[in-house]
Design a protein. Structure first.
Length: 70
């Protein structure tokens, strides 16, 4: 459903969704808005600016427009 919604939504957005039935998984997507995944030891984080995670991680992945990351 989330993947299907990405084809319908227009404009700028950044999402991070957690499914209550599977809370260990985060679904992340963006379009024309900044969104990064920070890689930590034993955890990951999602933020819109690398400076927000500078103390926690120096490794991050950029998410590309209309890309779904799980």
């Amino acid at each position: 459903a989330f993947k299907k919604a990405l084809h319908i939504i227009r404009g700028s957005y950044a999402f991070a969704l957690i499914d209550s039935e599977n809370p260990d998984v985060i679904y992340v997507a963006k379009n024309k808005s900044p969104l990064l995944i920070g890689l930590g030891e034993g955890y990951n984080m999602v933020c819109s600016d690398a400076m927000a995670m500078i103390r926690e991680s120096n490794q991050y992945m950029e998410i590309h427009d209309q890309e779904l990351v799980i």
